[in-house]
Design a protein around this ligand. Structure first.
Ligand SMILES: [Zn+2]
Length: 58
């Protein structure tokens, strides 16, 4: 799990907006403005637009 303090300072690299932290089905950070999903690997968020996946509509 990510540290809450770390979550507080993380922002989307694309729009500098807030990120939505999800843990189900896996840990990811979602930017709803950019519709991008940032993966978390080994407790390290991959904060790169090039590495982000498009957000699938729910
Ligand atoms: Zn964004």
């Amino acid at each position: 799990m990510l540290d809450e303090r770390l979550l507080g300072i993380l922002a989307c690299p694309g729009c500098k907006g807030e990120l939505d932290y999800r843990t189900d089905p896996k840990e990811v950070l979602i930017c709803h403005s950019c519709s991008l999903v940032y993966e978390i690997r080994d407790d390290i968020p991959i904060m790169l637009v090039e590495e982000a996946k498009p957000l699938e509509k729910e």
